[in-house]
Design a protein around this ligand. Structure first.
Ligand SMILES: Nc1nc2c(ncn2[C@@H]2O[C@H](COP(=O)(O)OP(=O)(O)OP(=O)(O)O)[C@@H](O)[C@H]2O)c(=O)[nH]1
Length: 599
């Protein structure tokens, strides 16, 4: 049981790569929370994929004990928040569990789109904010400029921002002191009935469902019978711990404290983030307001390349879903691809992370169909159909109009690339809402169709700005537009997995682009293959893949043996990643690459 005045709960908000994880590691290390020999880089990024991609996905926490200059030992609870736009929702909810934030800005870069988006979440949660200028060891660091930049763009006082290098450790003691002296202690009543917020939950192979909580009032102990107020379920606490960051059992958690418990809960879906946890016997009078669950916004089909792997895929998807309530899946059959799953994701990164995990951790080769957003198809009889898959588009004669989801995108970009960014947004049917300057950087706000962004917008943005632009978005509303379903026919056979929804005015250009791409992506066969794009029954674009004339391996005969062997191995590997459509074999990669647009 800790005195409330000796607790500080905080999160770190930053744009990707500005040094959030490195700073978290330093705070853990400099307080000897983890012995040096156990220290590995990026302690809080637990999954391999996160480590490889250098992004933080699952919110996590660590409890640090710090002896401050005033002689007192404080408990600092850091809740780590994900940094990517797809997980904005997780950021905002974990912010509700803490009172303050360190705002980390790379002193050689300045404020970026995600700095802004994340700091707004922190301000929404009424956080006290301590600005931290990181990477001051870099020759390009300009702390004075970035201080002013923070004040101009975010509108908070940065005169007492802490200057640090998370890499060399410079300034870390100042950060720890700032946490203690500048962030508020939590409030709460120890004698009131238990009121705790369910901050996060995940599935652990050994422990089952693990629930992370922040206690507001009252106390919680091992053996307590608790009630989840919204879910309406009761459980007995089996294990109560804190994360340091490894699990350490604790007798009791009181107001202001953050910890985890297990309680024989079967699946993550039984726990609702934002739910109020109280004692079954003595309940709190007022539950917390709670949160809306995160809804998937991007859907795509996942099919095994080898149909014999369907059961493996089903098992793998079930396992992943145990740990991720925002990922949805249902079985789907496709004329071209056979049995698979239609899956819903929070965004494209989420999609890629799940696909990578299925391929790597479960060793299943997958075909991913075109990502699609949810369209609202309004029928002439007044009903509305939510369309998750373009292949299911109803007959147009019964359709009155179609609406698509729109987003508000904020892009920050150095002056010299502004023209290219405006062109990109314009090409993607964007409507400019705002354009402002902060120093030599422009901030543009666009209203865009989500459909034009889910695919490769992010990649294109990075490439036209040489990586200097940053991007963030929020969903806004549904709007009507002239949308049509475009089908692709390979050798006269429709390939439903390549169907997409497009804007009527762009259909022809898009259709031509896809046919040209497919012509390069599909290997030649012994016969001529027409590749066509069509709307309804009308062909709008066509390419023809010429028949194979000469034997491509012929030149290897009698040549270098290792080279020949390599070629054959490559072919064998390529073979595995192909799928038969009628008489034509289409490589797995074609399904994704055909959709990438070169604006
Ligand atoms: N020179 C220098 N490099 C730093 C410093 N802090 C972090 N870096 C480097 O910057 C890169 C990004 O740091 P991370 O800590 O992974 O950034 P992050 O904000 O956690 O990124 P995400 O996990 O993707 O959100 C890494 O290559 C770090 O080594 C610093 O103070 N100085």
């Amino acid at each position: 049981m800790t005195d409330l005045n000796l607790i500080r709960n905080f999160s770190i908000v930053a744009h990707i790569d500005h040094g959030k994880s490195t700073l978290a590691d330093r705070l853990i290390q400099s307080t000897n929370t983890v012995a040096d020999r156990d220290m590995k880089a990026q302690m809080l990024d637990s999954m391999d994929i996160e480590r490889e991609r250098g992004i933080t996905i699952k919110a996590n926490s660590v409890r640090i004990e710090y002896k401050a200059q005033d002689g007192e030992t404080y408990i600092l609870n850091l809740i780590d928040t994900p940094g990517h736009v797809d997980f904005a929702y997780e950021v905002s909810r974990s912010m509700q569990a803490v009172e303050g934030s360190l705002l980390v800005v790379d002193a050689s870069q300045g404020v970026e789109a995600q700095t802004l988006a994340n700091v707004y979440h922190a301000l929404d949660a009424d956080h006290e904010i301590v600005p931290v200028l990181n990477k001051i060891d870099l020759p390009a660091a300009e702390p004075e400029r970035v201080r002013k930049n923070i004040e101009d763009v975010i509108g908070i006082d940065a005169s007492d921002a802490v200057e640090i290098s998370a890499k060399t450790g410079l300034g870390i003691p100042d950060v720890l002191e700032a946490i203690v002296t500048r962030l508020p202690a939590p409030k709460g009543d120890r004698d009131a009935p238990l009121k705790a917020m369910l901050v996060d939950s995940w599935y652990d192979a050994y422990l089952g469902v693990v629930v992370m909580i922040r206690v507001i009032d009252g106390t919680i102990k091992k053996g307590d019978k608790i009630r989840m107020m919204r879910a309406g379920a009761t459980y007995g606490i089996d294990k109560l711990s804190v994360l340091k960051p490894q699990m350490v059992d604790i007798a009791e958690l009181g107001p202001g404290e953050i910890g985890i418990f297990t309680a024989s809960i079967k699946q993550v879906r039984d726990t609702r983030v934002g739910d109020t946890i109280t004692h079954d016997k003595k309940q709190t009078a007022e539950p917390l307001p709670g949160f809306k669950p995160a809804q998937p916004v991007v859907f795509c089909g996942l099919f095994p390349v080898d149909s014999a792997e369907f059961e493996d895929l089903r098992n793998a998807i079930e396992k992943l879903a145990l740990n991720d309530a925002s990922f949805s899946s249902e079985m789907e059959t496709s004329a071209a691809l056979g049995f698979g799953f239609r899956c819903g994701f929070l965004g494209l990164l989420h999609l890629e992370v799940i696909r990578d995990r299925l391929e790597r951790e479960y060793d299943i080769d997958l075909i991913t169909t075109a990502p699609s957003v949810i369209y609202h198809v309004h029928m002439k009889d007044g009903t509305m159909v939510e369309l998750h898959n373009p292949a299911d588009m109803p007959d147009m004669t019964y359709v009155d109009h179609i609406q698509e989801p729109r987003i508000k995108a904020t892009i920050m970009v150095p002056d010299e690339y502004l023209g290219d960014v405006l062109k990109l947004c314009q090409d993607r049917r964007g409507v400019q809402i705002d354009l402002t300057y902060a120093g030599s950087r422009a901030m543009v706000v666009y209203d865009l169709p989500l459909n034009e962004v889910v695919f490769d917008f992010y990649d294109r943005l990075k490439s036209v700005t040489k990586g200097y632009a940053s991007f963030d978005y929020v969903m806004t509303d549904y709007q009507q537009d002239e949308l049509v379903k475009m089908s692709i026919l390979v050798n006269e056979e429709p390939v439903d997995a390549l169907s997409t929804m497009v804007h009527r005015h762009r259909a022809e250009a898009r259709g031509r682009g896809m046919c040209e791409k497919l012509k390069d992506l599909i290997p030649r066969h012994m016969f001529k293959i027409p590749i066509q794009a069509a709307i309804g029954g009308k062909v709008i674009a066509r390419e023809t893949l010429a028949a194979l004339r000469k034997d491509v391996t012929a030149k290897c005969y009698g040549g270098d043996a290792t080279r020949k062997k390599k070629l054959l191995e490559k072919q064998k590997k390529g073979k595995k990643k192909m799928r038969q459509f009628g008489r034509v074999e289409i490589p797995q990669q074609a399904f994704i690459n055909a959709l990438k647009m070169d604006d």
